[in-house]
Design a protein around this ligand. Structure first.
Ligand SMILES: Nc1ncnc2c1ncn2[C@@H]1O[C@H](COP(=O)(O)OP(=O)(O)OP(=O)(O)O)[C@@H](O)[C@H]1O
Ligand SMILES: [Mg+2]
Length: 250
């Protein structure tokens, strides 16, 4: 089943075109990796899919399960199952991680027609997942991402992802800032969420991550477009040869 279908997408910021005719099709069960040089528009694409404000879609379509995603508010998209782990997770001072998770999770369950978790049910679930990601309990009592190290922020993103049970997970440089052990833990957390009903888009610069999270497809983005798609071997080719060959193609 096709989950995400992007057709000839054009996106601008401050009247500068950043996404310039991008096509991408993602089916349930698939893992797609997106690679590409700095500034090629990878994060912009992820933000536009998730509904972050500040971007102007000037052309094209994004369909999620056949529905027009661009017509939906960001919270509706989340309720439909779209999840983005940010390249730079935001800090929310004054809201503890626990409260944030509970509020967001119950809002989503409600929107999906499922009952709210009771407090003990919720605590049990969070603690279980947090433990599997090596997130200490006291971190959950602190403000969301406030004073978290780079790697802790990334693990916190995966904690959210595991709790929210999204059907489309977009992971923007989830490997940046992770130490070797954390990379393994995070990758195994992500792999544990792979399922025939769920798809993932993994944005990364490094083959290293794709060694742990083996993608079905790899796409190269350059100057706001997908300029080449292939299997997992394409990532190895990129690591060996760099992006030079695609700059002219774009
Ligand atoms: N809010 C904004 N205002 C101005 N320019 C922007 C804005 N957001 C993105 N851009 C520009 O759009 C281009 C694409 O940025 P984007 O963050 O999507 O790149 P990226 O592929 O994710 O790069 P990286 O690999 O470094 O994370 C960059 O040139 C960036 O400066
Ligand atoms: Mg980026």
């Amino acid at each position: 089943m096709t989950l995400l279908e992007i057709r000839d997408l054009h996106v601008g910021v401050d009247s500068r075109e950043i996404i310039r005719g991008l096509d991408l099709m993602v089916n349930a069960g698939e893992v797609h990796a997106i690679m590409g040089p700095n500034g090629s528009g990878k994060s912009t694409l992820s933000h536009v899919i998730a509904g972050k404000p500040g971007y102007e879609v000037t052309g094209g379509q994004i369909l999620f399960r056949g529905e027009d995603l661009l017509e939906m508010e960001p919270n509706e998209r989340a309720a439909k199952g779209v999840f983005l782990a940010f390249q730079y997770p935001v800090e929310i001072p004054g809201v503890t991680t626990m409260n944030f998770l509970r509020t967001a999770l119950n809002a989503q369950r409600k929107a999906r027609g499922r009952g709210e978790f009771s407090t003990p049910e919720f605590l049990k679930k969070v603690r279980e997942v947090a433990e599997s990601l090596n997130i200490p309990r006291d971190m959950l009592k602190r403000g969301v991402n406030v004073g978290f190290s780079g790697g802790e922020k990334k693990r916190n993103e995966i904690l959210q992802m595991a709790l929210f049970e999204p059907s489309l997970c977009i992971l923007d440089e989830i490997d940046s800032g992770l130490d070797i052990d954390a990379l393994r833990i995070v990758a195994s957390g992500i792999n544990g969420l792979r399922s025939p009903e769920r798809a993932m888009i993994v944005i990364t610069h490094y083959q290293r991550l794709l060694h742990y999270i083996v993608p079905d497809y790899v796409h190269v983005m350059s100057k706001g477009r997908v300029v080449k798609s292939g299997g997992k071997e394409l990532a190895l080719e990129l690591e060996a040869c760099g992006y030079g060959q695609f700059e002219t193609a774009a």
